[in-house]
Design a protein. Sequence first.
Length: 160
Amino acid sequence: MKVIMKSYLVFFSIISILLFTRCSNDPIAEYYMDHFQDNLRIDSGDTIQVNVCDIIEAKWDSILVIKPYTPVSKQSVLRDLKNYRNIKPRIKDIRQTDFYSYLVFIRDHKAIGFSRVYHGPVDFANLPVTDNRSPSVTVVSKTNCARLFMKKCGGLFIVK
């Protein structure tokens, strides 16, 4: 009887570990944005549209733009993600640099991908902060992605 109980215990333990690992380790893709940045052309007009709606093929609800000089681990909008534990090792604090920003793609309150975006024609760090709980993070919703424009000088803004 003890042998059977131990076998069941081992069996259920293995199943539990496999299910927990499967559910908690959804892949978080890293996207490279060089192609997106290279295809932007600034014409003689005062503003251009920066279409981030199709920036990646995966379906997303919003993009978190983490600005330079940000203590990433202190941003509550990130800590509130259902899979924060999985994205945390992928995006490091950027307290000491202004060379790049992070874009974190969100779907259903989970990070599904991220990108390190270096300053180029589009400087995502210029976006206004939209979440007071995280003063160094801008949230760009799927709705606002089509209303994102850039001034010739490089400043980004969302048309209401």
